[in-house]
Design a protein around this ligand. Structure first.
Ligand code: ME8
Length: 513
């Protein structure tokens, strides 16, 4: 199956998209917003495609990292989780994130689900008790082997010293699942392909059993068969994707959504999602997820934006300058999903001015001005044989392909190509110079209005606000997001006879400093 295709049962396509659940040790930054906006735009696209869509995000609230953050802040772990989880929800509200659910791993439904899933793994013979000693990175909440460390005793990801931990733990017999994992990884499951190969490389190197419980802390979900232990935070966290769709509480709901999951993650958590998680599901007698999409890092000055470094930027800081649409558009258009991407405020200004203020904003304002002057403010219908019609058809095909492959920048570039062609079409025909009320002026403006209708729909996964403003400005009822694709993108949908209004500029130009 190719990337992005939904599961299909009885003819209904299902699209269940998830972000990582974020740690509540510190507040959200633009690196957390990146997978969340990507998942949001994809969910919005799939809803317009008529797919049965579920979009999940949430917070990861157990483990040593959270317990220590709480101690540093002089609060209980629960207070730490409550306060910071709310900061994530507030940030997502600010960014128009349309998640269907927000899961918190401290919820009782999640406790039930974790205990049930891991009990199944144990009952199936995949869990056993042993003593473990190793180098532990609290920031990763993970053990490392000697060979993984850098500069002697530093974590390869956080570049901070690891700690030596010794515990009697329950182990997950990961080593016995190499064959099943290789099979899963060699089907079309992990994207981009380079990341699939990386995951396959981990399996080929040989898998060791992993410790999945802790006795050193109590901020976690108790192991039902041994009260002295709590589950290790990663084994608790991964199961959120199953909990949210009914595992342990509603088996019909779980059957509806599982395994149609499309996980969006950063490359830092590839091993957990592409090796441990599918293995756990297989061990529990469940199907592994349909797809995992792995993004690169947003970098600042060549370094990963992070909580622990001094490279945090809060989404609200950028929204203040660019608006919600300007913010969303930049990350969806300029960050190609997969490779690392250097964040630059200057590129954000350039992209905003070029694509939003000039190409889109000017098109709408130009069309509305000329419709007012030459057509008494009533938008004409498009022509059936417009030269823009085949351009629009090609743009839709490319955009749909981009969205289906999680390539948001490809989808938006295709959409903006149509807008640029339409501006060129206006330059060529100069309707502002044509005779008011003439057939020619009506034809040119009708075609441009039709492009505005189509692009309002196609851009709506990125521009949650401007797409509705355009829809209303060209006199249409309802909203672009209520439209059903692919039919709504067919040329000829603008009915004509609608009242077109010229409002305030959609995207006032930003002065470049
Ligand atoms: O790892 N660039 O949570 P987390 C791009 N709780 N993406 C970034 C980023 C950056 N600079 N910084 C963070 C955890 N991210 C676990 C996940 S899932 C069952 C448990 C994104 O708060 C990226 O998607 O450290 C990364 O994988 C995620 O935030 C890690 O968030």
């Amino acid at each position: 199956m190719r990337a992005g295709s939904g599961g299909s049962l009885s003819g209904v396509s299902r699209f269940y998209v998830t972000t990582p659940i974020f740690y509540v040790n510190d507040v959200p930054h633009i690196g957390h917003a990146y997978p969340t906006i990507t998942a949001d735009a994809l969910a919005r696209w799939h809803r317009m495609m008529g797919d049965d869509t579920m979009f999940l995000t949430g917070t990861d609230e157990h483990g040593l990292k959270i317990q220590r953050a709480a101690e540093e802040n002089g609060v209980t772990p629960q207070d730490q989780a409550d306060t910071t989880s709310k900061r994530f929800r507030d940030a997502w509200e600010l960014l128009d994130i349309s998640n269907d659910q927000f899961i918190r791993t401290t919820e009782p439904r999640h406790h039930v689900s974790v205990q049930e899933l891991l009990t199944r793994v144990k009952d199936n013979g995949y869990i056993e008790k042993a003593t473990y000693a190793g180098h532990y990175c609290v920031s990763c909440e993970a053990y490392y082997n000697d060979g993984d460390l850098v500069d002697g005793d530093h974590c390869p990801i956080h570049e901070r010293p690891v700690e030596w931990l010794e515990e009697e733990n329950y182990f997950f017999k990961l080593s016995s699942l190499e064959k099943e994992l290789t099979e899963w990884l060699t089907s079309d499951t992990v994207f981009p392909e380079g990341k699939r190969n990386e995951a396959l490389g981990i399996v080929k190197l040989g898998l060791e059993d992993v410790s999945i419980t802790r006795t050193s802390i109590d901020w976690g979900i108790p192991v039902p068969w041994d009260e002295d232990h709590v589950f290790y935070v990663w084994y608790d966290a991964l199961i959120n994707y199953a909990t949210a769709v009914g595992f342990g509480s509603d088996s019909a709901e779980f059957e509806r959504w599982w395994p149609h999951a499309h996980h969006i993650i950063g490359k830092d958590i590839l091993r957990f999602h592409c090796v441990y998680w599918p293995a756990m599901l297989i061990a529990a007698g469940l199907e592994p997820p349909r797809e995992v999409h792995v993004s690169g890092y947003l970098l600042l000055g060549g370094k990963k934006l992070s909580k622990t470094g001094l490279t945090q930027i809060a989404p609200a800081d950028l929204v203040a300058d660019f608006g919600v649409d300007g913010y969303r558009y930049h990350f969806l258009r300029d960050v190609s999903f997969g490779p690392d991407s250097e964040f630059s405020y200057e590129s954000m200004v350039t992209r905003y001015n070029t694509d939003l203020a000039n190409t889109l904003g000017n098109l709408l304002s130009r069309v509305a001005t000329v419709v007012a002057k030459k057509c008494d403010g009533i938008g004409p219908a498009p022509t059936a044989d417009s030269p823009l019609a085949p351009v629009a058809a090609e743009c839709y095909a490319k955009a749909a392909d981009g969205w289906s492959r999680f390539q948001t920048s490809v989808a938006l570039e295709a959409t903006w190509f149509l807008l640029r062609e339409t501006n060129a079409y206006l330059e060529k025909h100069e309707p502002w110079k044509l005779e008011a009320g003439s057939l020619e002026v009506a034809d040119v403006l009708g075609d441009a209005l039709e492009v505005l209708r189509i692009t309002a729909i196609l851009a709506s996964p990125a521009l949650t606000r401007a797409s509705t403003s355009i829809w209303q400005a060209i006199g249409l009822d309802g909203s672009p997001t209520d439209q059903r694709l692919p039919d709504a993108a067919e040329w000829g949908g603008y009915p004509g006879g609608c009242s077109v209004t010229k409002g305030a500029p959609l995207f006032p130009r930003l002065a470049v400093e």
